[in-house]
Design a protein around this ligand. Sequence first.
Ligand code: AMP
Length: 284
Amino acid sequence: MKEAARQARAESRIIGLVPTMGALHAGHLSLMERARRECSPVIASIFVNPKQFGPKEDFSKYPRTFESDSEKLQGAGVDFLFAPEPREIYPDGFATYVNVDGLSDRLEGRSRPGHFRGVTTIVMKLLQIVQPNLVYFGRKDAQQSRLITQMARDLNLDTEIVVCPPVRESDGLALSSRNVYLNAEERKAAIVLYHALEAAKRELNAGVRDALQLQAVLHRTLGAERHARVDYAEVVDAESFEPVVRVSKPCYVLLAVFIGKTRLIDNLYIEPKSPGSEGLVFHF
Ligand code: AMP
C-alpha cells in the first residue's frame, strides 16, 4: 500500500482515502463517490479494527462481507482496496496509541471506554501508510468526525478531513453495517431514532431553545417504543461536545439507543441560518 501511494505522490496525484470496516452499504459508497469527484487515485480501506471494540462488544460477530464489498468498490470506481490483517497492523510488541483528551471521554467515549483511542490510533496509522491529500468520514459518526478533525489539527497532519452527510433509508433510518443485526420487528422499531430527531426539530421550529425541554421530547418519543432503551439523548455544542443549556450556536442532537441488543446512533446537526439569527438550518 505504501509503495502504491508513494508512486501516486511521485506523479503529483491527489490521493483520497476512505477508511471503513467493510460490510459496505450506500452510506460508504456515497463517501467513495465524493472522493472520486475530488481525487485520483481513490483508496478504500477495510479493516475491522479490534482496538476499537470493547471486550463485551461485537468484534467477532461484526459482519464481514469481503467478496461483495470488493465488487461494490470496483463498481464505485475505487482504484485500490487496502485490507490488511490485524497482525500486520498490530504486530507483537505494538505499543503506541493516539488519544484525543477530553473529547474522547464523553458520550460515545463514556459508553464505550477505549473506543475512540482505538479509532484515532487506526486512523493515524492509515494516514501514515497512505498519506492521502484528503480523507473522508461520515457525519453519521459525528463525534468520531470531530475527534479526527481535532487530531489532524493537533498533530499538524497534512491531510484534509472531509465530513460527508449521512445516507438514510427511505423511512429515515441511517444506514449502518449494524442494521443487519435487527430482526423485522426491531427494524420497524429502529425508526424511532429518526422520529425523535424529527420531534426535536418540530420543537425548535416552534421556538423552543431550552436543551432540557428538547431532551424531554427526545426521551418521550424514544420511551414510547418498547424495543428501545436509551443510552444517551443529548443536545451538545458542535465544537466541544459539551451539553448546552440553550440552542444558539451550532449544535448536535445526539442519540445512542439500544434496539433489542443492537446499539444504534444517529444525530441531527443544527446551525443558525446566519450568525445571531433566530432561524435555524437542520441537517439530518
Ligand atoms: P464504518 O465502516 O462503520 O467504520 O464506517 C466507515 C465510514 O463510513 C465512517 O466515516 C462512517 O461515518 C461512514 N458512514 C457510516 N454510515 C454512514 C451513512 N449512513 N452515511 C454516510 N456515511 C456513513
